[in-house]
Ligand binder design. Structure first.
Ligand code: AMP
Ligand code: ZN
Length: 649
């Protein structure tokens, strides 16, 4: 009950900002999420609070617009979030009426506008309001060029459609009036229609997409399709629609629209399925809020808005200082998110965000959530300051390109802690059970000052630390001992050399085979290695030119690290012996890392660019320029099937 009350209040507050003030304080996805939660609670408890937003279709009517009572009540749409739910709704309908067919339309994310025509002329226009009473916006809507001012049909006609701004018009507007730039198409429409000055409406070049005849004097329609045809004949801009019999086809079409929706020039937030035959609709009827003969499917939301609470600056193992956004926790695609990346200071400026403002957060396929931009500037929001000094050690930062670095690599605590964490990580020394918190604890207690100190840790030192009991201490010491036998490539990666990731570390280990050879490699020679450029070559050479780094390496070797030198061709017996592969496109049966491992296990190697030296190009879906180049050079192309056949997997 308490939760329901809170939800209702929150939603009403959000809706007030959205509908009345035209200034949303949450994203639509967030609103929908809370709304659905409330609906669920109401269903589960059977209790509906009198002020619940589920009890009204639209919202409060602004007092400074003339109110109009709709001749025909305007309904909302029932919604489902999953394709399964939509499918079973369609199946249920078919079970009741086997001859049913459906129309599939876009669910426009704009503002509902109802226009009444009489004797062939546009008489009045209104917003939806609460579905019973709306606002008179006749002069505003008359400015919309796609709303016909006169029509062939001479009886009274009431048409419903959605006021929209095309994304290209939005762009044009923003170019023409940069000071009034509109960020969001949906708000651009409602702000234009609910504007007391119709000139402002005209300026925005709206459109009106029609999808319903609410009333046509002396005329009846047999189907939705017929209705659309009638509208088209009378000069209305109609909602693009398709006509289907099979629920399977509808799902397929929805999937294809979902994939392409970002290429559309209008904003849609889902699709609407309607029973096509009007006589069948009568049998399904209405609830108090929506027709039972239509169902909206909302595309899955991956973007929400939340408050930016703070920005902290983190120093990484190479000294790079990066801003991290601390946000009011939100649930996004199934995970609670507390932090998001902001890349660098330029990125912050570009996104116009400030501490205390509301920002959009997105989590795409990549795991790291990102701040997309400003949703709303709130009162008291503070600008984000660019730090001049290292947040960890206080050293003045140096700027290299768009990035800031702490130059104090020897004694900057955060840098060293991150270096230790990296050193212990899976692709490096692979010290099992070692976490960020372990390095922090070891460093801050003073027993580990650099990565070499890990190899002289004693049980009694560990036992002095909080939370370290005998078992945990012994496990850690065993894991450290085990890490002493290490592949050359892992060891190179573990050193935290600037610009050297796992791939470069592997390339280096293959090329030089021993650490001693790598240590004395000249920059020019390094740059000759395939896939290693000037910048990377420079980082590597300067790392080994620094006597402090050499001392550290010697110390590690003294403490018993044994580097397994890499044999030049990996598995010399493999079927890909001596062959160089380039991977391109998206593979289906394995990740790129898995495919690379398979190639290497079988004696081959991989490279990132196609050249005369490439033996095979392994292509996945949507392969691009590399495939073209490979064809040009006449290099043998393998698809996944053939690749698997060769490997007998
Ligand atoms: P909602 O505002 O999310 O409750 O969704 C219901 C509203 O979606 C309706 O009142 C219409 O304004 C709007 N809508 C957008 N596209 C369509 C469409 N193709 N058919 C019917 N309603 C639509
Ligand atoms: Zn520092």
């Amino acid at each position: 009950m308490d939760e329901m009350k809170k939800l209702v209040e929150k939603l009403n507050d959000y809706a007030y900002h959205y509908y009345v003030l035209d200034a949303p304080i949450v994203s639509d996805a967030e609103y929908d999420r809370l709304y659905d939660k409330l609906l669920e609670l109401e269903k589960a408890t059977g209790i509906v609070l009198p002020n619940s937003p589920t009890q009204r279709v639209g919202d409060t009517v602004l007092s400074n617009f003339k109110k109009v009572t709709h001749k025909m009540r305007l309904y909302s749409l029932d919604k489902c979030q999953s394709k399964e739910a939509l499918f079973s709704w369609m199946q249920d309908v078919r079970e009741k009426e086997e001859n049913v067919d459906f129309t599939l339309e876009y669910k426009f994310d704009g503002l509902t506008i109802v226009c009444t025509y009489d004797k062939g002329f546009l008489k009045s226009c209104a917003t939806r309001g609460n579905g019973v009473v709306g606002e008179d916006v006749t002069p505003q809507v008359k400015t919309i060029k796609s709303v016909p001012l006169s029509i062939p049909f001479k009886g009274e006609l009431i048409v419903q459609g959605e006021g929209m701004i095309t994304l290209s018009n939005l762009k044009k507007f923003n170019q023409k009036y940069p000071d009034e730039a509109l960020k969001n198409a949906r708000n651009a429409v409602s702000g234009a229609i609910r504007n007391l000055d119709p000139k402002q409406t005209a300026k925005r070049n709206l459109d009106w997409f029609c999808y319903n005849v609410l009333y046509a004097e002396g005329k009846t329609f047999a189907t939705q399709v017929e209705m659309f045809e009638f509208l088209k004949q009378n000069g209305f801009l109609i909602s693009p629609y398709k006509h289907f019999k099979s629920p399977d086809d509808i799902l397929l079409e929805i999937e294809s629209v979902d994939k392409q929706k970002t290429t559309l020039d209008i904003l849609i937030d889902g699709m609407v399925v309607k029973i096509n035959q009007l006589n069948l609709r009568d049998e399904f009827g209405y609830t108090s809020k929506f027709p039972k003969w239509a169902m909206a499917y909302k595309f899955e939301a991956q973007e929400l808005s939340t408050i930016l609470k703070d920005v902290i600056w983190q120093v990484g193992r190479t000294g790079k200082v990066t801003p991290i956004a601390i946000i009011e926790p939100v649930n996004l695609s199934g995970a609670t998110i507390y932090r998001a990346t902001l890349n660098n200071y330029m990125d912050i400026l570009r996104k116009h965000i400030s501490i205390g403002s509301r920002v959009f957060v997105r989590r795409s396929n990549e795991v790291i959530p990102e701040i997309m931009g400003l949703a709303e500037e709130l009162e008291g929001a503070k600008p984000i300051e660019k730090p001049q000094f290292c947040p960890s050690c206080g050293t003045r930062l140096v700027q290299i390109g768009a990035l800031d670095f702490c130059p104090n690599s020897e004694s900057c605590p955060e840098q060293i802690i991150d270096k230790i964490t990296h050193f212990a990580s899976r692709n490096a020394m692979d010290i099992e059970g070692f976490r960020d918190s372990t390095s922090k604890l070891l460093y801050e207690s003073g027993i580990v000052k650099d990565v070499a100190d890990l190899y002289v840790l004693k049980e009694e030192d560990l036992l002095k630390l909080p939370l370290f009991k005998e078992k945990k201490a012994r496990n850690l010491l065993n894991a450290i001992e085990k890490s002493k036998d290490v592949e050359l490539s892992n060891f190179i990666y573990a050193l935290s050399i600037q610009n050297v990731g796992t791939k470069t570390a592997k390339d280096l280990s293959k090329y030089y085979r021993t650490l001693d050879e790598l240590k004395v490699a000249k920059k020019d020679d390094l740059a000759k290695i395939r896939d290693i450029g000037e910048v990377v070559a420079d980082s590597i050479a300067s790392y080994f030119n620094n006597s402090k780094n050499i001392t550290l390496i010697d110390k590690l070797l003294d403490y018993g690290i044994k580097i397994k030198n890499s044999s030049q061709t990996g598995n010399s017996e493999g079927i890909f012996k001596g062959k160089t592969f380039v991977l391109t496109g998206t593979l289906e049966s394995f990740t790129r890392a898995e495919a690379t491992a398979l190639i290497e296990q079988n004696g081959g190697q991989t490279s990132s660019s196609v050249s005369k030296n490439t033996d095979y190009v392994l292509v996945g879906k949507e392969a691009g320029s590399k495939l073209i180049k490979a064809k040009d050079l006449g290099i043998q192309i393998l698809d996944e099937q053939t690749f698997k056949k060769l490997l007998k997997i």
